[in-house]
Design a protein around this ligand. Structure first.
Ligand code: AMP
Length: 583
């Protein structure tokens, strides 16, 4: 496929925010794609040249792209910046300058694979002279493109190619392109959950067919989409769901880490599949020394821990370790312990299908309770509501968040929420039993004292995973500290959107919209029905809203927008309020 054809599709995708239309356009695009380019197209649709978890970036800031655009179209950098300021988008500036230049005839019509190859080359330059190499390679590429293609290519290094397409939409469209309907989506999704690589799944599907996709196994080095927990209203309910006997583990309030070890190579991934290897050199060293296996994928919660006093530090302390600079200094100040709670792969074998109790035995064979950095999470076999309550109280008294209860015969369900894992969190009187992870959808400009921050309030939403869209659930104006307002102001500068973004469904319009990217953990007193918000709106026009919302923490580093609380969970939390758990 010619890249100009793909650029035409980008234009169509940009012009709609309706999911069904997006699927229709995407499936037509996929029908026109061949097996050698479908993977690349999937990455390019996300504005990337590799899956999300690969730390492969084009590494070009605004200034560098502006120089490349200027050189490509015989302008000064200042001219580019001027047009960029006027249009608010570098791609649009490149398009306009390309249109105005005399260089629009006799372009070579590059293919998708050629453009992909050039972009990949740019991402790989390193060492001396990198800046010049990147700028001149991007300039050469832009020169060879038509104005619309130049627009989209110029946006890729800046992460401003905003088509608003989530993985579920791509998976539906792949199924529709090769099959008469969307029924292959669950098989494709399962493969995606195991490999986190849309390009790989699409290519396998196009090259080898759905039966080979069905056999996809997890791969050391590719993050597995994490299994998620459900909530239940009471210990009695948990017993009904989990069977006569089940496992209980403390719920640590740190961050989830997936460790991939193969020989002496270690990679770490966060809950949202980001490669965090460089941020935690202590865990990398610990994994090399303390995990006894040739190859392994295991999961645990990393938490700042004082080994002398055996004291777990609060989340605010642990979160100081999520940084890109002064990593070693911080590792000394706030050492982490990784409490391993599951194992997915061992010595060449995918063991996700094995029941939890067998995986736990294998986990015990590779990490010990006495480890310095990698330790196994405590586990108790429980049978009664009293045993749950006693263990829960013990965990709380040690400063932990609560308990995770696990079904003994359940496989590891990648990317899935289910009653195989049930979480019981500490709750405070008069509050919901759990917080809600919301997505920032927009910002209200500040008045009075808050003019200084440019932010006076927030519009937040939750995720409707059936429709792959974000729906509003609350406005938040109080309960943020000055620092938090400043942080929101800083974050929103980078994700500010000109219009309501694709996949956002809200009747309320904030002062400005933001791309749905940042997750905020919100605590509220109650969930109520409301005609204002679109979350879970029914035929009578009633949605759900948070009452007295306040910010608990920023989760921009560990949750993607699609990992936010879902509408389905909100409905559940709403009904849990009326159950005996709250009395
Ligand atoms: P939540 O983020 O509130 O839905 O709770 C699920 C998270 O709890 C997981 O993603 C883990 O990061 C964390 N967690 C802490 N302790 C455990 C444990 N023992 N087993 C599983 N997850 C745990």
């Amino acid at each position: 496929m010619k890249f100009s054809k793909l650029a035409e599709y980008y234009e169509k995708l940009e012009a709609t925010s309706k999911r069904l239309e997006l699927i229709d356009i995407l499936s037509k695009l996929f029908k026109e794609s061949n097996a050698d380019e479908i993977g690349k197209i999937c990455y390019l649709l996300q504005g990337r040249v590799a899956p999300f978890f690969e730390p492969i970036e084009l590494g070009m800031a605004e200034n560098m792209v502006a120089v490349a655009v200027a050189r490509a179209f015989n302008k000064e950098k200042a001219d580019v910046i001027k047009v960029y300021r006027k249009l608010g988008n570098m791609g649009k500036a490149a398009e306009e300058l390309s249109n105005n230049s005399q260089l629009t005839t006799n372009k070579p019509q590059l293919s998708v694979s050629e453009v992909f190859g050039e972009l990949l080359k740019i991402s790989r330059f390193s060492g001396e002279g990198t800046v010049e190499k990147k700028v001149s390679a991007l300039c050469d590429l832009l020169k060879k493109l038509d104005p619309i293609s130049a627009k989209h290519v110029a946006n890729i290094p800046l992460g401003t190619l905003r088509l608003g397409i989530g993985a579920p939409t791509v998976l539906d469209s792949l199924s529709l392109a090769k099959h008469k309907d969307k029924t292959l989506r669950p098989v494709l999704e399962d493969a995606y959950n195991k490999t986190s690589d849309l390009g790989f799944v699409a290519q396998t599907f196009f090259k080898k067919g759905i039966d080979v996709v069905r056999k996809t196994e997890i791969i050391v080095g590719n993050p597995v989409r994490p299994a998620l927990a459900e909530r239940l209203p009471s210990a009695e309910e948990a017993i009904k769901r989990l069977g006569k006997e089940f496992a209980g583990e403390p719920k640590f309030d740190g961050f989830r880490v997936q460790v991939h070890l193969s020989g002496s190579s270690v990679k770490l991934f966060s809950r949202n599949l980001e490669n965090t290897t460089l941020a935690f050199p202590d865990i990398v060293e610990g994994a090399k020394k303390e995990i006894k296996a040739k190859s392994v994928i295991l999961e645990g919660e990393a938490i700042a821990f004082n080994p002398e006093t055996h004291e777990f530090l609060p989340f605010q302390e642990t979160s100081k370790r999520r940084r890109k600079y002064k990593v070693d200094e911080m590792a000394k100040k706030l050492p982490l312990v990784l409490f391993a709670f599951d194992i997915l792969y061992l010595n060449g074998k995918d063991i996700t299908e094995k029941p939890y109790k067998e995986r736990r035995k294998l986990l015990e064979s590779v990490v010990s309770k006495a480890g310095n950095i990698i330790r196994i999470a405590e586990e108790k076999k429980l049978k009664s509501a009293k045993e749950i309550t006693d263990f829960f109280n013990e965990a709380i008294s040690e400063g932990l968040e609560g308990l995770m209860l696990k079904k003994l015969d359940s496989p590891y369900i990648a990317g899935g929420r289910g009653f195989h894992w049930v979480k019981f969190k500490r709750s405070q009187a008069g509050q919901l039993t759990d917080s809600v992870d919301c997505v920032l959808l927009g910002v209200y400009s500040g008045k009075g004292k808050r003019t200084e921050f440019g932010v006076g309030g927030l519009l937040v939403g939750v995720y409707d995973n059936k429709k792959d869209e974000f729906v509003s659930i609350s406005r938040i104006g109080t309960g943020l500290t000055d620092d938090e307002f400043r942080k929101i102001s800083e974050i929103s500068k980078h994700i500010r959107a000109e219009h309501k973004p694709a996949r956002v469904n809200s009747d309320i319009t904030p002062s400005f919209w933001t791309e749905p990217k940042v997750v905020l953990e919100i605590q509220a007193d109650e969930i109520t029905r409301s005609p204002i918000h679109t979350a879970g709106r029914d035929k009578e026009g009633l949605g759900y809203a948070l009452r007295f919302p306040r910010l608990v923490k920023f989760r921009e580093n560990d949750k993607q927008a699609e990992d936010a609380t879902t509408v389905f969970e909100v409905v559940k939390l709403y009904s849990l309020q009326f159950s005996h758990y709250k009395k």
